[in-house]
Design a protein around this ligand. Structure first.
Ligand SMILES: [Zn+2]
Length: 474
């Protein structure tokens, strides 16, 4: 793998150079890598936070690049809505040569999570390179992949490469915010013909290192859970706190929350999670690994389930989960509470509806005095994409070529991406492998976000090859 990485990066590296502390030699970059780096830098340095940035501005800059690479005006659509002028996006299309082949879609979000200069070590909106990493908001989530998608389409156009199937690109705003405008959702509802595709490639997969620069696993994300918030509410006539009664809105809510805590949703598998537990379990040589394999073969194995569920991420991959996240109640410290509310945040297993989940909460609480209501926005049902060999196969082949000995494991995300909006209109979405992150999460959504320099460049080459493999597949 070391040799391969060095060769792919086009740099003269000795094995020790892969340690994060050693700076890659940027003077050795190929001309196409220099151009790609300039694009990546422009993306990171164009602020796209909701509070002070503009996805619309970045989309316009990207459109100008695509046009300079030879894209016709008719192949590019910029969009935004009047209420959200800075939250626009773009769709572009590289026409394929075979009319019978359905298009594929490259999906990406342009927006980034807020970043406060005073909290960061470096300016979050200046791309800086240090210790083998690029630093800046969006370096990992997800402007490296955005730049890769844009750069691939530009080079394909410049090289006169005509894929068999049309390759579409949709770059949108609002993935990182729950209550603002969501471009992917808007496209799915208002311009579905623009993004119509047999399948889409997105963030959500990728590699993980051991924290010391060694890549240990690659993942392809096939499916995700849906997020839905519920409001639990109790009310009471109240009165003077000097004369309390047992019937109390806060106690009633507290009793309900204890029942929510103690309720465990039933264990479920999808094809993806069954394959995940079998493969990822087999790759470990410990009690947890053996339990993961056993559970994937027999979901009724309670001893195995108890061991696997000790890991909070695996526990969440096996079922719907709901947890109390916000609490409020009462109106004065000397009054009996007239009202108490709690937000319960659920992560719903693919195929289960928001109504079924509400009904499960109501049944677990078993108190008609506690109301359980859906909180807007109401997210669509998580549709499980198929574990399709024509998608997983080419990815597996490329992982073996680029990262010899590293397994590719299908995974289901317990978080959420924009994929859910496309799956709702029948486009299966896959989170691609390629670039990698460290076990600490690379500061994504947090402070000092970073992305390994090698991951950026190797990931780009990997994904360019992956796009071509799908675009020209028979
Ligand atoms: Zn993201």
């Amino acid at each position: 793998m070391l040799k391969r990485l060095a060769a792919v990066l086009g740099l003269v590296l000795v094995a020790a150079a892969l340690a994060p502390a050693r700076e890659p030699d940027m003077a050795a970059l190929r001309p196409d890598q220099v151009a790609f780096l300039a694009l990546y830098k422009e993306l990171v340095e164009t602020n796209t936070t909701l509070s002070s940035g503009s996805c619309t501005l970045l989309a316009e800059r990207i459109a100008a690049h695509l046009k300079s690479a030879g894209f016709a005006d008719a192949d590019i659509t910029l969009f935004s809505v009047a209420d959200h002028p800075r939250e626009g996006g773009l769709v572009a299309s590289l026409p394929g040569r075979a009319k019978s082949a359905r298009p594929m879609l490259l999906l990406g979000h342009l927006d980034v999570v807020e970043a406060k200069r005073e909290d960061w070590t470096r300016d979050p909106f200046v791309l800086m390179q240090e210790n083998g990493y690029f630093y800046g908001r969006g370096t990992s989530d997800m402007k490296a992949m955005d730049a890769t998608w844009i750069d691939a389409l530009m080079r394909f156009r410049q090289q006169g490469y005509r894929p068999k199937r049309t390759i579409k690109l949709a770059l949108t705003c609002g993935e990182e915010t729950t209550y603002a405008f969501n471009g992917a959702n808007w496209l799915a509802h208002n311009r579905p013909e623009l993004i119509a595709a047999q399948f889409a490639l997105n963030e959500g997969g990728g590699g993980r290192t051991d924290g010391h620069g060694k890549l240990v696993i690659e993942q392809i994300q096939v499916g995700e859970k849906a997020v839905q918030n519920y409001l639990l509410e109790t009310t009471n006539a109240g009165g003077h706190s000097s004369m309390p009664v047992r019937d109390n809105a806060i106690y009633e809510l507290a009793d309900a929350l204890v029942k929510v805590r103690n309720y465990e949703f039933p264990l479920k598998f999808t094809d993806t999670t069954r394959a995940f537990f079998a493969k990822a379990g087999a790759a470990r040589d410990d009690e947890l690994g053996r339990a993961m394999v056993a559970l994937s073969h027999d979901p009724a194995d309670q001893a195995a389930e108890a061991i696997v569920s000790r890991d909070r991420s695996y526990h969440s991959m096996l079922r719907t989960t709901c947890v109390a996240t916000l609490l409020s109640g009462g109106h004065a410290n000397n009054a009996l509470p007239q009202r108490a509310t709690a937000n319960v945040n659920c992560r719903i297993f693919p195929g289960e509806t928001v109504e079924q989940t509400r009904a499960a909460l109501v049944a677990a609480i078993a108190d008609p005095a506690v109301s359980v209501a859906l909180v807007a926005p109401i997210r669509p049902l998580a549709v499980q994409p198929p574990l399709d060999p024509s998608i997983v196969g080419p990815a597996e082949k490329l992982v073996a070529r680029y990262f010899s000995g590293v397994p590719l494991v299908p995974s289901m995300s317990t978080g959420a991406t924009d994929g859910i909006f496309l799956e709702a209109i029948g486009i299966p979405v896959y989170g691609v492998p390629g670039g990698w992150t460290d076990p600490d999460g690379n500061g994504v959504h947090g402070l000092n976000e970073r992305h390994s320099v090698q991951s950026v460049f190797v990931g780009r080459d990997f994904l360019t090859d992956l796009i071509k493999a799908y675009a020209d597949a028979p």
